[in-house]
Design a protein. Structure first.
Length: 78
């Protein structure tokens, strides 16, 4: 019974860490020009540009990242 509890605890902890990681909004997105989706898994523009090498595409700032920054309460005029 103790082993079962340990296994369940480890599974629950792993699931919560995975969920937190997937909720992160990365700053850079790759728009490969195919379809309407963006690949937003890059923390730096350099990483994104490396992914466009040989395949084409464009690196853009993640719209979710911009939205989060905009709603943080900071304003240029304050």
């Amino acid at each position: 019974m103790r082993n079962l509890m340990k296994v369940l605890f480890v599974l629950a902890a792993t699931a919560s860490v995975t969920t937190a990681a997937s909720a992160k909004s990365y700053k850079w997105c790759l728009d490969d020009g195919v379809g309407d989706t963006l690949n937003c898994e890059f923390t730096t523009k350099k990483q994104c540009l490396a992914s466009t090498s040989g395949t084409g595409g464009e690196c853009l700032v993640n719209p979710k990242f911009l939205s989060r920054k905009h709603h943080s309460g900071k304003s240029a005029g304050r």
